[in-house]
Design a protein around this ligand. Structure first.
Ligand SMILES: [Fe+2]
Length: 319
């Protein structure tokens, strides 16, 4: 069974493709299939393949083609996950018959976010494999942040070209209730985080990505608190108006992989007394590369004072 018979169909006008004619378990270790998936993810950000019977080790090893696998299971919870597959994090609100958690997570809806943005090298690709869902099956939504950037008015592109944002850590920030009602952390605490460019370069295509922190109260060096919040709120409000998205209700045996660096995702919630079970595998991405990296000038041959003047003008903002 080769990749020649695979049919690629657009999932929506905005983002994603679906593949038909795939036997994932057989094809996943083969170079032509891996290359095809990498190319499709670079071009479309998301690939869906329905109706697959996949072994845990196959799902892990395939995702490992995109970067080092990451163990992001919540530590100390005693949850079951998939004992023979150390890189699979089960996302579920369920428990075994004797009360052990099946995995991490709950049944809450989630607001738009990119996973792990406060990390120096955030998650690059994420694979999802649905084992059990609820009725009605909740939808997960994905938005293409390369297209969102392209759609920004030129005036905004100019404004944010060199902006950096401090991504601070905020527990359960993706739950709507926390997003709407939890108080901000103190200003000093919000200065502790990872500084990322607001516009980063997509390594697969070279295109600019609008790379937003989930928290609107994140701080931007060189702006005061109110200005930072106003800019991030304006950008998120713009995201909300964009059509470059797709919703998919994951069904059992659906396999889906997406480019977490160039997308945001969100989901519907469901009744807490019903159980959904997903396998979730994360591969590390790159340290976000600014679209316009800062450089010092070449001042060889200039006197010390002139050299200092030139580079002072280009100095990095202290935070
Ligand atoms: Fe997420």
């Amino acid at each position: 069974m080769g990749i020649e018979q695979i049919v690629v169909e657009q999932l929506s006008a905005g983002i994603g493709v679906e593949l038909k004619g795939v036997d994932f378990e057989a094809m996943a270790p083969t170079r032509p299939f891996i290359d095809l998936m990498k190319r499709l993810l670079d071009e479309h950000r998301l690939v869906l393949i329905r109706g697959q019977k996949i072994q845990p080790v196959t799902a892990q090893e395939f995702t490992g083609n995109f970067g080092p696998l990451l163990d992001i299971k919540r530590q100390g919870s005693g949850a079951l996950h998939v004992p023979e597959a150390e890189w699979i994090k089960v996302i579920s609100n369920g428990k075994t018959a004797d009360g052990q958690l099946l995995g991490d997570g709950n049944s809450s809806a989630q607001i738009w976010h990119t996973d792990s943005t406060p990390w120096e090298a955030p998650v690059g690709h994420i694979a999802f494999y649905c084992r059990q869902t609820v009725d009605p099956a909740p939808e997960t939504y994905f938005m293409d942040m390369i297209k969102v950037y392209e759609a920004l008015p030129q005036e905004m592109k100019d404004r944010i070209a060199n902006v950096r944002v401090i991504h601070h850590w905020f527990p359960r920030q993706i739950e709507p209730e926390i997003h709407l009602n939890a108080p901000s952390q103190p200003l000093e605490d919000r200065k502790i985080g990872t500084l990322h460019p607001l516009v980063r370069r997509h390594l697969g295509t070279g295109k600019p990505i609008l790379y937003l922190p989930t928290r609107r109260d994140s701080l931007i060096p060189g702006m005061d608190e109110a200005e930072s919040r106003a800019l991030l709120t304006e950008l998120w409000d713009f995201v909300d108006t964009c059509p470059f998205k797709v919703g998919h209700a994951m069904m059992p045996d659906d396999f889906l992989i997406w480019d977490n660096s160039a997308t945001v995702h969100s989901r519907q919630g469901w009744d807490a007394d019903k159980v959904r079970i997903m396998w979730h595998i994360s591969a590390e991405g790159e340290v976000p590369i600014p679209l316009h990296p800062r450089r010092t000038m070449n001042t060889i041959g200039l006197d010390a004072d002139t050299s200092k003047e030139i580079n002072k003008a280009m100095a990095m903002v202290d935070y």
